[in-house]
Design a protein around this ligand. Structure first.
Ligand code: HEM
Ligand code: CA
Length: 295
């Protein structure tokens, strides 16, 4: 009796085993044959891509909440997360939006950064500052800051005050050693050491450009227009970005953004996304200088 049952068990497993292995092999074959834009990827990478696509599809519609709560960007008990929105589809508009770019200020309309721009090996933050290095020696003296501010359309009072304040604040942190510069020079090589708090965080600590932080400026504060800030929206961003007791950061950020607004707002009083992107990589300064020259 027992022997017969054992024999039946063996014959059952003899039938199911090949069937199960055929099923596993067929599944693996199916996954490996799935249409993919990445034929060079291994089976494991393709399965990951498939899983990623499924996750993306479930979270792609910004109007409906994601089915996976771990992808939620709004916490019901944190009203501020509902007021300041994030773009949940950025990865579909720009490749690798989480990757801070060293050389180019990228966004969905400029996935390669400013067209025709030669970064000359400089970080995006170095490019921003380099416009003011009028003789190209890697160091910005106060009179160069003054000339740069004049070139982008600032009047005498703003250019004099700007040159004094910018060089006063940024000179010491960017010096190559501990001895202060008697001429208040700013060293572009070390400009990342001039970063302050209470900012947009679109420059990372090393002076790269973080596309997701840049996008958040407009998704959070561009209420009236998706790709521009009104003066009120700019002010609410400055207030919202304030870190606790970071008075230097508050003042510096306000100075940077209000100066940008005053020199580059459009006819409707809006600060356009493209203007801000140009300020980050410094291409805006060149454009302003050229238009001022031709005028
Ligand atoms: C010598 C001239 C300048 C130097 C050395 C300089 C340097 C810097 C540095 C180090 C930062 C990084 C701040 C941070 O992320 O913590 C920065 C950001 C910025 N700068 Fe300048 N800057 C100069 C001129 C200007 C001018 C003329 C404008 C406006 C017209 C401007 C507008 C901005 C803006 C909007 C930011 C972004 C701040 C943020 O992310 O919230 N800068 N600049
Ligand atoms: Ca110089």
């Amino acid at each position: 009796m027992r022997r017969r049952r054992r024999r039946r068990g063996i014959s059952a497993s003899l039938v199911t085993l090949p069937f199960a292995s055929i099923l596993i092999m067929a599944t693996l074959l199916l996954i490996s044959r799935l249409p993919t834009r990445h034929p060079h990827l291994s089976l494991r990478q393709r399965s990951y891509k498939l899983a990623q696509r499924i996750t993306m599809a479930s979270s792609s519609s910004s109007s409906s909440p994601p089915s996976d709560p771990s992808l939620e960007t709004v916490a019901p008990h944190a009203a501020v997360t509902g007021e300041r929105k994030l773009n949940t589809d950025l990865q579909e508009q720009l490749p690798k939006p989480y990757l801070a770019r060293a050389l180019a200020a990228v966004d969905p309309s400029h996935p390669q950064g400013t067209r025709g721009r030669d970064a000359r090996g400089m970080s995006v933050l170095q490019q921003h500052a380099a416009f003011f290095d009028r003789n190209g020696d890697g160091v910005i003296h106060p009179w160069e800051t003054f000339q740069g501010l004049r070139a982008i359309g600032c009047g005498y009072p703003v250019s004099i005050a700007g040159a004094i304040l910018i060089n006063l604040v940024l000179s010491y942190p960017t010096q190559p050693g501990w001895i202060p510069s008697p001429l208040f020079s700013i060293h572009i090589k070390n400009i990342h050491k001039g970063k302050h708090g209470s900012d947009s965080e679109a420059y990372d600590t090393e002076g790269r450009f973080d596309p997701s932080k840049f996008d958040a400026i407009f998704s959070k504060y561009g209420r009236a227009h998706p790709n521009a800030l009104t003066k009120d929206e700019l002010n609410s961003m400055l207030k919202a970005n304030r870190n606790m007791y970071d008075f230097i950061g508050w003042i510096t950020s306000a100075g940077e953004w209000l100066l940008l607004y005053s020199v580059a707002k459009d006819k409707e009083g809006l600060l356009q996304r493209e203007t801000v992107r140009g300020a980050f990589d410094g291409s805006l300064f060149e454009r302003l200088q050229d238009s001022k020259k031709s005028a």
